[in-house]
Structures are given as C-alpha cells and as structure tokens.
Design a protein around this ligand. Structure first.
Ligand code: ADE
Length: 327
C-alpha cells in the first residue's frame, strides 16, 4: 500500500469495500489477473481482469495515475466519482443497469477502481460496427428504456450523471445495459446547496470537461447555468436520435457551430425516423430544462415512461426481458 498519504486524501486510500460487502478484505492489485486493455480515457486506462480469489469474477479495472490526478488537479473529481460509485454500490442501492464498484485499491503510483465488467463493449462502438450503423426501433426502444430505468434509479438517490451518451452505455454478457463512467456525476444536493453568488469551485473545469463531447452538451451547460436531472433527459433524446440514425443530431464542422446548433435547436429528422420516437425526441430536446419530458414540471419520470414510444413495454420486468437480437 502507498506511503504517500500527504498526496492522496486518507479516504481515497480506503477501499469502498466496507459499503460494497463483496470484498471485505483490503485487496491489492496482485489479487487480479489482467487480461487485456479495453479502454483509454484522458485520465485513465481500463482493463479487463479476473479475480484471483474464490469468486473468480471478471471485472473491469479503471487505473488512474496519481501523478496525473495531482498535476491536473483532479483529486476532488476522483473523490467525488469514488464516493458516488460507492454509494450506488451498497446492498440497498445496487442496480442491475448501473456499474458497481467492488473496491478501490492503490499502490505507489496508481489508483484503481474495480468495477462490474460489461463484456460486449459500449453502444457507440456497437453502432459503428453494424452494417447500416443504426439500431432498429425495437433495439432502440429496449436500450432507451433501460437507460431511463437506470436514470430513474440514480435520480431517486439524488445523483445526476451529466455525461450520458452511447459511449457510456455498456452491454453486459446478458445483453442488458450497464451505465458507466460517473466521472462527471454529481449529487443533486451539492448543486442545489451551492449559493448563486458563489458558484462551485469546479464550475470552470466542469464546463471545460463537458465540452469534451460537444454533441451532448446541453443548452444550460453552454449558458453556464447549473444543471439538474433534466440534463440527463436531454442526453436520452440525443442518444435515441443516434441509436436510430447512426449519427449525432447536432453535428457540424466545429465545436462552435455545434454549440450554435444546440442553442438554436437546429436538427433534422430523416424521413424514415419512426413517428413515436420522433415525438419523444422532440419532447426531450427542449431548450428550457423544466419544459423537458421527465422534469417535475412535465409529469416527472412517470410521464416519460408512459410516452407512446414505450407503449406495451413491461417496465417492471425489464431485467428479465429478452434483450434484442444482434442485427
Ligand atoms: N470500459 C469502461 N468501463 C468498463 C466496464 N465496467 N466494463 C467493460 N468495459 C468498460
């Protein structure tokens, strides 16, 4: 275990295991057999690995370099991600469509998040590999419904994701989704408690990091306004459009032009876009956050779930329902 307590806060050196139950011991990275690298982000590398102890589960290990965390002043962000993941991973809160944190580990140079593994990759990559680069309506409905269900769960716990996009929706071996990457997530209470004249100290960083995926930025983020859970519903609309067309609804040659399109709500459906899906996207891509379907002003999540696009969908039995066939 690390000796550099002065660099990394004490609670980051503790495993999340006390709240995740499945790993009561302090694990070390030697307890895992790394199988292969499966992803690389700006702040981390993700590996597929296997537990070398009794449970022998496949896991995903997100590895962050401590030096990079310190240099890029991301300690608060990493701590927030760890705390949110740990809270979403308790016995009471764990959800089948949300990535779970088994434990955190550190050695001299690294921090590791040991996470539920999704073997089939992310929906953005899956889409790109399809012959026509899009899902059919049944597939799009299934993934959108599971996403809405996952968001309903985290919102009910006061957590907003803030980076919902097909790249962060993973598919498990079962065919069901796993919402991942809580690196931009925030607890709603933390947002609401921030006094208006004294914006949260991460506000400039938050805007900068959000600009990472221009196509998914919300109008309120562009205006520098605080966001609430309705930013995730905007992202459901953008994702559904991508599922059914294979491309972003707000696309252009530069980030500047993409932002102009978002602020003016300039996007166009292809002729063959299914009617109920079109109506749902229109109801979600509303400039004013409290005008979006899913907002408390628009009937909350119940009205989103009863939209005609989801007609006949058995919300209660999503986990046991058959995932769509690969096309
Ligand atoms: N990439 C990022 N997180 C992952 C996970 N939990 N499973 C598989 N691939 C991932």
């Amino acid at each position: 275990m690390s000796e550099d307590g002065e660099l990394i806060p004490e609670n980051l050196r503790r495993p999340a295991s006390s709240s995740t139950a499945s790993s009561p011991l302090q694990r070390t990275i030697a307890d895992y057999n790394t199988i292969k690298e499966i992803g690389e982000g700006s702040f981390s590398t993700v590996y597929h690995a296997r537990e070398m102890f009794e449970t022998r589960r496949d896991v995903a290990i997100k590895m962050c370099l401590k030096q990079q965390i310190l240099r890029q002043k991301r300690i608060d962000a990493i701590m927030r991600e760890k705390n949110i993941l740990a809270r979403l991973s308790t016995k009471e809160n764990i959800h089948p469509f949300i990535v779970g944190l088994y434990c955190t580990i550190q050695d001299t140079d690294h921090l590791y998040f040991v996470l539920t593994y999704a073997s089939e990759g992310d929906l953005a990559t899956i889409l790109k590999k399809l012959p026509n680069r899009r899902f059919d309506e049944a597939q799009a409905r299934f993934y959108t419904a599971e996403l809405v269900e996952a968001l309903d769960h985290i919102h009910s716990l006061g957590v907003i994701h803030r980076d919902v996009k097909p790249d962060n929706i993973l598919i498990q071996a079962s065919g069901h989704i796993l919402l991942s990457d809580f690196g931009s997530a925030k607890e709603l209470s933390a947002i609401k408690e921030a006094p208006a004249e004294n914006p949260p100290d991460d506000r400039p960083k938050r805007r900068a990091s959000f600009v990472g995926t221009a196509q998914f930025v919300t109008p309120e983020m562009l205006k520098g306004q605080p966001v609430d859970e309705t930013c995730d519903y905007w992202a459901v609309g953008v994702s559904l459009f991508q599922f059914l067309t294979g491309h972003h609804c707000f696309h252009d040659e530069s980030e500047y032009l993409i932002f102009q399109r978002i602020q003016k709500l300039l996007y166009k459906f292809p002729e063959d876009f299914p009617e109920n899906a079109r109506n749902l996207v229109v109801d979600l891509l509303v400039l004013e956050p409290n005008g979006r379907l899913g907002s408390s002003e628009r009937g909350g999540i119940a009205d989103l779930k009863s939209h005609p696009f989801f007609e006949a969908l058995d919300w209660k039995n999503l986990t046991s329902s058959e995932p769509p066939k690969k096309s």
